[in-house]
Write a protein that binds this ligand. Structure first.
Ligand SMILES: N[C@@H](CCC(=O)N[C@@H](CS)C(=O)NCC(=O)O)C(=O)O
Length: 227
């Protein structure tokens, strides 16, 4: 090879279809960084409607990010992707050995995934805003976030350490960090009402895997978010 020739870095085999602001994609980005897995970032602009293209719908007929492609395996849904990664790439595990802690992780992650985020998803809040106005949109999202956060505070009390279920990062933490960030930045939730969750979030902000996965660090984040 001539010295002037530049050898291109081979592309990583994992591909993540993501949007910088998506809390669901953010969960998976944390898992990938936590496990030290390199991946190619493929931006899907949810505001422009890239999720509705026929090309993307071949990957996820529900038209949601995230989608992970691992060679010929395609998986949509953050929970499914993270469980897949946990089983296929067991380094830096996300599920504790202790069964009670494991169960708590499933429950806490699902409170975010099933009982909070779906109520504040882009398409849902857009629909509420169109039908009922922007005040209603905000109070709708706040109601569901606060209900879920109040349950999480009670559920995790007595189990949390530095992180949600002890002193090791686990599944629940991947769901909590993006949810708390979005709640404060997008929906004006005052975390003083939820001191345990707030203290967990302070710890997440110190961790490199969480920092690298943050929206403003993503290739599709506008420069205005990168200050
Ligand atoms: N249960 C799915 C939910 C996926 C989801 O709601 N994704 C949102 C972003 S966080 C999305 O793509 N929204 C696009 C839209 O509402 O059109 C998961 O956890 O991945």
């Amino acid at each position: 090879m001539a010295t002037s020739e530049v050898r291109e870095k081979p592309k990583p085999k994992l591909k993540l279809y993501s949007y910088f602001m998506s809390s669901c994609a953010w969960r998976v980005r944390i898992a990938l960084h936590h496990k030290g897995l390199e991946y190619e970032y493929i931006a899907v602009n949810l505001v422009k409607g890239d999720q509705f293209t026929s090309e993307f719908q071949k990957l996820n007929p529900l038209s949601y990010v995230p989608v992970l492609v691992d060679e010929d395996i395609v998986i949509a849904d953050s929970y499914a992707i993270i469980m897949y990664l946990e089983e296929k790439y067991p380094q830096n595990p996300l599920l504790p050995q202790n069964f009670q802690k494991r169960g708590l992780n499933y429950q806490a992650a699902n409170i975010v995934a099933s009982n909070i985020q779906p109520f504040q998803n882009l398409a849902v809040v857009k629909y509420i805003e169109e039908k009922l106005g922007s005040d209603e949109k905000l109070s709708w999202a706040q109601h569901h976030i606060k209900k879920g956060f109040a349950a999480l505070e009670k559920l995790l009390a007595g189990h949390a350490g530095k992180y949600a279920t002890g002193n090791e990062v686990a599944l629940a933490d991947l769901f909590l960090a993006p949810q708390i960030d979005g709640a404060t930045k997008r929906f004006n939730i005052d975390m003083a009402e939820f001191p345990l969750l707030k203290s967990l979030n302070d710890e997440y902000s110190k961790l490199p895997a969480f920092q690298s996965a943050a929206p403003e660090k993503q290739p599709d984040a506008p420069d205005s978010t990168k200050a």
